[in-house]
Write a protein that binds this ligand. Structure first.
Ligand SMILES: [Zn+2]
Ligand SMILES: [Zn+2]
Length: 387
């Protein structure tokens, strides 16, 4: 590991101020630069991560901030994905378009290029829409070449389970026969197994030809068992009233989940990470959610999705049903500030921006009535859980 690949983002704020480690870092960088760094003697490799953040304390890196499976024409925004960094442990929530590449670029714990994925401890999926999962398998398949084989324990992968009934058709329309009729609403374990099958040629080649560790042994996938919910008796209510429940714990974090309001999607989760030095709640896709408000009470940092109210009003002026649907299954920018303030969040950061395109001023409305610290999320911005 070349420690100096951390600079400048990776250098702890107090180390930069003190100078001592910075000097050591620069000297070590010169030693490392012949093998794994572009060589500019004595200069730190520029990190694309932005923000005045103390990396010795828990923080998030917004790997991607765009919502929806769309390439926005005016801005090269990356699909939704967030890294929660606690010391040398990294947890990723959702893996939208180019999430794996962003993880590599961000280098959250300052590893050498071929070791970056060695610090990935957990991957959490909020729901199975493609804008949250399109880079899911790439995290592992490409991560395999970038340190995943050096992990000391399998990556814990946690997300929605299988459904037994199809989503109700929009406004009673007659849909075509479903895709994959034998299992039309697969869960995360199903999806992962299907991807292993789809990539079997590559996986078997690498294990036999390159002597790679079997990729299947490097991850543990868990479908979330929802307390009180029987998959055989599904409810049409996507967000039954509930208390948050634990889904993961190690020596760095405790993670809880709750169901949120992303009608008609079920299940759709939000996650809360509690550390010794602050908490963060990541909303997933949701409209205004009482379950989320309960889970996020007094959190240090709330990362919440948002949709521009004016944009929707203009786009769907002739389709009130669709307008209403979007404004209830996503969070209107005009209502988020009040919502976050009422639950007592100390910081509010917007992500999963719809649309992820200028002008940035459109998001100022989300600050109305919010009295804490406000951030408009941008790709590769870092924020300490406790500001
Ligand atoms: Zn989404
Ligand atoms: Zn969604």
């Amino acid at each position: 590991m070349c420690l100096t690949s951390r600079a400048p983002y990776g250098l702890p704020r107090r180390s930069v101020l003190a100078g001592t480690l910075g000097v050591i870092g620069a000297a070590t960088l010169a030693a490392c630069s012949s093998t794994d760094e572009p060589s500019t003697p004595g200069a730190a490799t520029a990190s694309p991560v932005t923000g005045d953040v103390d990396t010795t304390r828990p923080h998030v890196i917004l790997l991607g901030t765009a919502g929806g499976p769309a390439w926005y024409a005016k801005q090269n925004a990356t699909g939704i994905s967030t890294a929660v960094v606690v010391g040398d442990a990294v947890y990723v929530v959702d893996t939208g378009d180019r999430a794996a590449e962003q993880f590599f670029r961000a280098n959250p714990t300052g590893e050498a290029p071929d070791e970056q994925f060695s610090t990935l401890r957990g991957l959490f999926v909020t729901h199975l829409h493609s804008d949250h999962t399109i880079d899911y398998f790439k995290m592992f398949n490409y991560g395999w070449w970038a340190g995943l084989q050096k992990i000391t324990r399998p990556v814990e992968v946690i997300g929605p389970g299988r459904r037994t009934s199809l989503t109700t058709a929009y406004q009673g329309s007659q849909p075509p026969p479903p895709a994959s009729p034998a299992n039309p609403m697969p869960g995360l374990t199903d999806m992962t197994n299907s991807l292993f099958d789809a990539y079997a040629t590559d996986i078997n080649d690498r294990v036999r030809d390159n002597r790679f560790t079997d990729l299947r042994s490097l991850i543990n996938v868990h479908d979330i068992a929802i307390p009180g919910f029987d998959p055989a008796i599904e409810t049409l209510e996507t967000m039954p009233d509930m208390n948050p429940f634990p889904v993961y714990e190690d020596d760095r974090v405790q993670v809880t989940a709750t169901l949120v309001n992303h009608f008609p999607v079920f299940p759709a989760f939000a996650y809360r990470f509690d550390t010794d030095d602050g908490s963060v709640v990541i909303s997933g896709d949701t409209g205004k959610s009482t379950n989320l408000a309960r889970m996020a009470a007094d959190t240090d940092l709330l990362l919440h999705e948002v949709i521009d109210t004016s944009w929707i009003d203009e786009l769907y002026a002739d389709n009130e049903a669709l307008r209403h649907h979007l404004m209830t299954s996503h969070m209107p920018s005009t209502e988020l500030g009040q919502f976050a303030d009422a639950l007592g969040a100390r910081q509010l950061a917007l992500h999963h921006l719809v649309p992820a395109e200028p002008p940035v001023e459109r998001w100022q409305r989300a600050q109305e009535n919010f009295t804490g610290t406000f951030h408009i999320g941008t790709d590769l911005a870092a924020i300490n859980l406790r500001g």
